[in-house]
Design a protein around this ligand. Structure first.
Ligand SMILES: NC(=O)c1ccc[n+]([C@@H]2O[C@H](COP(=O)([O-])OP(=O)(O)OC[C@H]3O[C@@H](n4cnc5c(N)ncnc54)[C@H](OP(=O)(O)O)[C@@H]3O)[C@@H](O)[C@H]2O)c1
Length: 269
């Protein structure tokens, strides 16, 4: 996969899958705009990325702090990218937050936070980048999850926000038909957590997600690789991991089986 001189915006790229995507794209010759809310930590991450390679990368990586849940920040991320690099070839809507808790116990801010970042954040950024992507005949990729195949118990806000991305991507794909823009959505499987990864609890507070036990976790670099392969091959929907593919097929042909499994495993979600 060659991304030489492609200009790529990655939202939520300070840690985790977003940072792995930035690393992989820089190795493949792209110019990368990394975004996250924590400006200081984002700058440090950018400096570490630049210093970790033999080639000085300062002219190929640019950091723009901002909250994708705010339309004005998304507009600024796009404007800054155009000012620095002059075009946008690829937008990867990766910023996301997951939550845990029953509907009955969850504070409304839990749903608000997840819809704002996961769904609206991707919609705003896509909206502002769209004319540039049309000009470059580029790609927009939405980072979704296996929790968007079938609503997960105790993760309702997360599932709902990510399922919304499916509808948005499907609408956009048809709207852009014939214009040469690739629209893709990746249903990402369980990926190794960054030690700094936070989730939102039922009270609406951020808490560190402990390393998940009992599930096979894909390294972030491998998840990033699958996403880049999808962009390179311009595929629409890609489901990661064997368990994800099984869930996908069963949800289409025998959804009651999935519901039965979820009911039996209810307490482990
Ligand atoms: N990890 C998994 O197992 C897994 C599985 C399926 C899907 N996914 C999806 O993959 C994506 C990345 O997941 P991850 O586990 O790598 O996440 P993560 O480690 O929790 O990192 C999230 C990143 O997004 C940034 N961010 C959060 N809210 C933001 C906002 N409103 N505006 C801008 N940036 C924001 C964070 O930085 P700041 O805090 O500085 O903003 C951070 O850089 C998410 O969309 C997630 O839903 C992950």
């Amino acid at each position: 996969m060659d991304f030489t001189d492609k200009v790529v915006i990655i939202s939520g790229a300070r840690i985790g899958i977003g940072r792995a995507l930035a690393e992989a794209l820089l190795r493949r010759g792209a110019c990368v705009v990394v975004n996250a809310r924590d400006a200081g930590a984002l700058e440090k991450m950018r400096d570490r990325l630049c210093d970790s390679t033999t080639v000085r990368l300062y002219d190929r990586i640019h950091a723009v702090a901002g909250d994708v849940g705010r339309p004005e920040d998304c507009r600024r991320i796009v404007e800054e990218t155009l000012r620095v690099f002059g075009k946008i070839d690829i937008l990867i809507n990766n910023a996301g937050i997951s939550g845990k808790g029953s509907v009955a116990e969850s504070d409304p801010v839990v749903f608000q936070a997840q819809i704002n970042t996961n769904l609206l954040g991707s919609i705003y950024l896509t909206r502002y980048a769209l004319s540039s992507l049309q000009a470059s005949k580029g790609s927009v990729l939405f980072v979704s999850t296996l929790a968007a195949i079938r609503g997960l118990p105790f993760h309702s806000g997360y599932s709902a926000s990510k399922m919304g991305l499916t509808a948005f991507a499907e609408s956009l794909k048809v709207e852009l038909h014939g214009q040469g823009v690739h629209v893709g959505i990746a249903y990402v499987g369980f990926t190794e957590n960054d030690p700094e990864k936070n989730i939102i609890n039922a009270a609406g507070q951020l808490e560190r997600l402990p390393r998940r036990a009992g599930v096979r976790l894909t390294p972030a670099s491998q998840t990033a690789d699958l996403i880049l392969r999808q962009i390179a091959s311009r595929k629409f929907k890609v489901v990661h991991s064997p368990i994800g593919k099984l869930n996908w097929v069963l949800s289409k042909i025998a959804p009651w089986v999935v519901e039965w499994v979820f009911l039996r495993k209810r307490e482990s979600f």
